[in-house]
Design a protein around this ligand. Structure first.
Ligand SMILES: C[S@@+](CC[C@H](N)C(=O)[O-])C[C@H]1O[C@@H](n2cnc3c(N)ncnc32)[C@H](O)[C@@H]1O
Length: 398
């Protein structure tokens, strides 16, 4: 079966997440094609919860059939037959100049000739948005959300099998009892991407030593992982507690082992009992004091030095409680300067390597080969108006 994953705002990161997720679930697959909006793969089947657990994939569809020309309404009806008595269809044509409305009216007519009553939902943009798909219950049989994508001279009819649940994300983000924009608002989707890219195993305990308001703990818990967090600030530990209490009220959390959060400064030695656990670090650390303007070169140097001092101590201290081969997925701040976002200098990577770490390739080769050479060396996550980008990095203890 062929599947199409519609990727979020950072296609390289999203495609890498899909690859990491499939590898963790031992799903054999081959990549058919990756563009800036989607990734197509061939696999026997997909893991059961993949749609809910990928932060970087907006929609997943599976192939219905294909033609070597733009299909006529009658051909689409034949491909979908036998038709239900009454159904609702979303339809998008993702390439070419075909009028979706005209095509849908013809499909409606052809369906009527088969005694099938069809209502059509017109896309608001190039394809139906999540609200349209979810509100109109298009993922519930006999309804369908269909799209036609064109690759060279092949027109492929695909059917949505999963759509990111916007209402759920809202509950896990803006509706939480404690939020604080000054501390930094890690989007739950990015937290999911980070957890998946950290390549956790079933017995892994996800540890966030800069847990803030607990977004990573929350998402790890929802994905069924044991998780633990700590933070320098007592206020943040209370915030994490309140947000996790709220989570149990809103979601059936799979594991009843609730994540714990404790007070700890990463500049200090970590509690020894952490060595008993098979820990992976997944964290968005302190990313520097929020900026109000792009920085000059001397300002960037000061910014970087503050971060380097803190992170070097963190890497030194945490090393003592990590097992060999433990993974660390860490976001590093890249402040905006005159020449764009500026990653931490190479000397920082060398310093961390000397402590007993190896920087791992974040983007698998099978994904990197579909992107322009060099674009996968540094993977940045940033909103268009951001003054600090997050560089996504993966490390391993040696
Ligand atoms: C960017 S926020 C993390 C946000 C978090 N990912 C979330 O979603 O809420 C960084 C956190 O690091 C904490 N922090 C700063 N310096 C620290 C230190 N030396 N040790 C431990 N935590 C520290 C801050 O209190 C803050 O909560």
């Amino acid at each position: 079966m062929n599947y199409t994953f519609f990727l979020g705002t950072n296609p390289l990161l999203s495609a890498s997440e899909v690859a990491a997720y499939l590898a963790r679930h031992n799903t054999a697959y081959s990549v058919l094609r990756i563009t800036n909006s989607y990734m197509r793969i061939s696999a026997d089947a997909l893991p059961e919860h993949i749609g809910d657990e990928l932060g970087g994939t907006i929609r997943i569809a599976q192939d219905v059939t294909q033609w070597n020309h733009m299909p006529e309404a009658e051909e689409i009806v034949v491909a979908l037959s036998p038709l239900p008595d009454k159904w609702v269809m979303g339809l998008s044509v993702l390439s070419g100049s075909t009028s979706v409305k005209k095509l849908a009216i013809s499909i409606k007519k052809a369906a009527k000739a088969q005694n099938s009553k069809l209502s059509f939902i017109e896309p608001k943009g190039s394809s139906l948005n999540a609200a349209q798909v979810l509100f109109n219950r298009l993922l519930h049989e006999p309804n369908m959300d269909l799209s036609i994508i064109r690759i060279a001279e092949t027109y492929i009819l695909i059917k949505t099998i999963h759509m990111q649940n916007i209402a759920d994300y809202e509950l896990r983000d803006t509706s939480r009892p404690v939020r604080d924009a000054r501390v930094g608002l890690l989007p739950p989707k990015l937290a999911q991407i980070m957890i998946n890219l950290s390549q956790p195993k079933t017995d892994t305990v996800i540890y966030d030593p800069f847990c803030g308001m607990g977004t990573i703990l929350q998402e790890a818990w929802l994905m069924g992982f044991s998780a633990v967090g700590s933070d320098l600030s007592e206020r943040m530990i209370t915030a994490t507690g309140k947000n996790l209490d709220y989570l149990t009220q809103q979601f059936p959390v799979i594991k009843d082992i609730r994540p714990e959060a404790f007070l700890h400064d990463v500049k200090e030695v970590f509690p020894e009992n952490l060595t008993e656990k098979n820990i992976s670090i997944v964290t968005e650390p302190f990313l520097g004091t929020p900026l109000t303007h792009p920085l000059s070169s001397p300002e960037i140097e000061i910014f970087h030095n503050t971060i380097i001092n803190l992170y070097t101590l963190f890497f030194q201290n945490i090393r003592k409680v990590l097992r060999p081969g433990a993974n660390l997925l860490i976001l590093l701040p890249c402040p905006k300067g005159a020449d764009g976002f500026t990653p931490l200098p190479r000397s920082f990577i060398d310093e961390i390597t000397a402590i007993g770490y190896r920087k791992k390739q974040l983007v698998p080769e099978a994904i990197a080969s579909h992107f322009p050479a060099g674009s996968s060396d540094t993977v940045l996550y940033a909103r268009p108006d951001a003054l600090v980008a997050r560089e996504v990095t993966l490390w391993e203890t040696v």
